[in-house]
Structures are given as C-alpha cells and as structure tokens.
Design a protein. Structure first.
Length: 317
C-alpha cells in the first residue's frame, strides 16, 4: 500500500510539473506575440546560433508536452528555417511563365509565351502596379478553365530585381484567413466570419473569442521603394473608411486589427504612402492612437503560392 501511494505521489508531481511548464511556454509565446503587436524592440535578424537553440528547445518542449502546433496554448509556432526554405500555401494549380507586353486596361494584360505565342490574361489586381508591370518583365500566369471566361489565364505574379512579387489581390485574405484559424493572433477563435458587415463597413474577417467580437481588415502591399514597403499605391477612400471603422470599434473595447500583407520578401519596414495619399497616412496614425493594432507582415512567395513570414516588420508612421 505504501508503495502504491509513492507511485501516485510521483505521478501527481510529474503532472503538476508538466502543467507548470506548459503554462510557462504558453506565457512565453503570448509575450512574443504581444511584443510584436506593441512594436517592442525585437531582433529581425538575430544571431543564428542562439536563435536555433531557442527555437529548437521551444518547439521540442511543445511537442513533448502535447501542444497542438500553432493551435496550442500560446498560439505561436516558431520556425528557425530561412524564409526561402519554408513551403508556401499553394494558391495556383497550373502555372506558366511569360513576358509582359502591355496593359490595355485595369483588367487585361497582353503577354507573350516563352515560345512566342500571344497570351491575353486577366490581371488579378486593379491597382496601378506601375513599378512592376513594365514591358519585358517576366510574369507568372495561372491557367484557368472556368466556363464563360474570356481569358484562359490570370496574371498572378511578377519578377523584379531577382525577386518575385505576388499581385493577386485575393491571396492576402486567403493566407491570413488560414493563419487566423491556426492561432496567428495568439489564440484560436471560436468562430471566424469572413466578409463581416458592421455598420456602414464590411471587414474582411470578424472573430468570436469568448463573449467578445473582434475585427480584422487585410490590405495587400505590392509597392516597394529602397527596401521600404508602401501602401497605398493609389488614393483609396475605401481604405480610409475601413480604418475609421476599426478606430470606432476599438474605442468601444473591441479588438481591431489592420493587417498589411507584403506580397514579397526583402523589405525592412512598412510605411503609409504619404506622398501618394496623405489622408490615408493620417487615418492610419489616428487608428493606431485609437487602439487599432497594426501588423506589417512580409511573405515568402513562390510562383504558385505564398506564406506569411514568422516575424512582423516595424511600422514607420
């Protein structure tokens, strides 16, 4: 009988130790996420040795203690691999490369296949894209065979200076939606509601967490100058309306997030495009002052997909 009590006591001690360690790692993950959200200094290119050791220990502990990946207690899964080595969320099944020739209007682009054949494509972005869509640029086309289409291809990505820029305006919502249900904000929402209308605005996502409702607006960023990612590339009254709506919701105590998805890698910071649309820059500063959490997240881009990077970039307002 005494031996049985000793075994039971050791088991209870191990359970208590396990719960304590789980809680410690949960708090660690939460701190890292909050530090990013509050823009505390965090090394974007930390020394690789201690980074790999910390990431390895953190992830091994999560696995051995039964955490459920990014949907676990802390909502943060660390990856020590270089950005280029990680797999992307596949967005396009059949792709081919071509050369961009001209853009007769916002929706159509004329390209030439690698064998010289002319190709008429639908441009999946109505923005100006003047820095990317230049004559002779190499582009990525996604084949489409939906009935009733006037074009057989979508123009989804452009190469510039040895890097690939995804220009699909629907891609940011897809990858952010997947990240949200995996705990990207530090928790797994009980419900995720896309295209949610609140008042006179419609936000990309609303989420239910306990008794609270939160909101997420996603903006795709394709403009970069000298390492600085900029948004917007053209005046956007709709963007201002979204920021003002998020600010009003944040003032009522709701969680409000504005996520700027950089559809490329290599930028060092993000900033509103003061030169192109000063009113948007002012609205962004006002939104942040009202409690809206701002995120600027670069992506790892491949010809057939895209994935959020693990760390956010500083935002220069």
């Amino acid at each position: 009988m005494l031996g049985a009590f000793r075994v039971l006591g050791k088991a209870c001690s191990r359970i208590e130790w396990s719960l304590a360690v789980r809680r410690a790692f949960a708090l660690t993950g939460r701190f890292l996420r909050q530090a990013q959200a509050r823009r505390r200094p965090f090394p974007t290119n930390p020394p690789p040795v201690w980074t790999k050791v910390f990431v390895w220990a953190y992830n091994v502990a999560r696995l051995t203690l039964g955490f459920q990946g990014v949907a676990g207690a802390s909502g943060l899964w660390l990856d020590a691999r270089p950005l280029e080595a990680r797999s992307c969320m596949k967005l396009y099944e059949r792709i081919r490369h071509a050369l961009f020739l001209s853009r007769p209007n916002r929706f159509i682009a004329m390209c030439r296949g690698l064998e010289g054949e002319p190709l008429c494509c639908h441009v999946k972005n109505t923005g100006r894209l003047g820095e990317l869509l230049v004559s002779g640029a190499e582009v990525v086309l996604a084949e489409q065979d939906a009935p009733g289409r006037k074009t057989a291809f979508d123009l989804v990505a452009v190469y510039r200076d040895g890097r690939i820029f995804n220009i699909d305006s629907q891609a940011p919502n897809k990858i952010v939606g997947r990240a949200l249900v995996q705990g990207w904000l530090g928790f797994v929402p009980q419900r995720l509601l896309p295209e949610y209308r609140q008042g006179d605005s419609r936000f990309d996502f609303a989420f239910v967490q306990g008794e609270r409702l939160g909101y997420v607006e996603v903006k795709g960023v394709t403009l970069e100058r000298e390492g600085l990612a900029l948004f917007p590339d053209a005046p956007t009254q709709r963007g201002i309306k979204h920021l003002e709506g998020l600010a009003r919701l944040a003032q009522t105590g709701a969680q409000a997030h504005a996520v700027f998805v950089l559809q490329f890698s290599g930028a060092t910071a993000f900033s509103p495009n003061q030169e192109t649309h000063p009113a948007f820059a002012e609205a962004l500063r006002a939104a942040r002052a009202s409690g809206v959490v701002l995120h600027a997240v670069p992506c790892r881009v491949s010809p057939d997909g895209m994935e959020l990077a693990p760390l956010e970039l500083p935002i220069l307002l």
